[in-house]
Design a protein. Structure first.
Length: 178
């Protein structure tokens, strides 16, 4: 486990799958995080989970559960595969539990993951993509030190229209200087 100030990050367990199934099929959640709505079967979720279990090399990326300080699953955080030469990865998260949003848990979870990526795995850079209208997420990312690196115009189509996204990045030295 990796401990933050108010969260802990851990491997996803089979017992989490019922909750993840509900979140993965919540259209409001997917619109909030800037993704197309999913219709995921329990078999598809189980296949994804088994794929996560097969990732024995940290360089392949990983999805981790976010537990609050009472041990309740509130979301997931992930990093993608990375190349040893470039030492950079894409990160992301969501809080599936609506009651957990707006309390700083996502910021703590992502900051905890980033600290692990930089300090333990020796990565140089993390990046993420966020829908430009998601002001709360952008503020949280900037609080962690992410800076805008570009704008992807009409990048994704969902909820009946095209959406612009920001590309944001954070270097290890910038994170350490905070």
């Amino acid at each position: 486990m990796i401990f933050g100030d108010r969260v802990r990050l851990r491997a996803i367990e089979r017992a989490d799958l019922d909750t993840l199934y509900l979140w993965w099929n919540d259209p409001d959640l997917w619109t909030l995080i800037g993704a197309k709505k999913r219709l995921t079967s329990q078999d598809e979720l189980l296949n994804w989970y088994e794929g996560e279990l097969d990732k024995h090399d940290v360089a392949l990326g990983r999805t981790l559960a976010i537990d609050d300080d009472e041990g309740h699953l509130v979301g997931t955080v992930w990093y993608g595969s990375y190349d040893a030469g470039d030492r950079q990865t894409t990160v992301g998260l969501y809080l599936g539990s609506e009651a957990s949003r707006g309390q700083g848990l996502g910021t703590d979870a992502l900051g905890t993951l980033i600290r692990y990526l930089f300090e333990e795995l020796g990565l140089h850079k993390t990046r993420l993509f966020v829908e430009v209208d998601n002001a709360a997420a952008i503020a949280a990312y900037r609080k962690l030190g992410f800076v805008d690196e570009g704008r992807f115009r009409e990048h994704r189509f969902y909820a009946g229209r095209w959406h612009d996204f920001l590309a944001m990045g954070l270097l290890a030295r910038e994170f350490a200087a905070r």
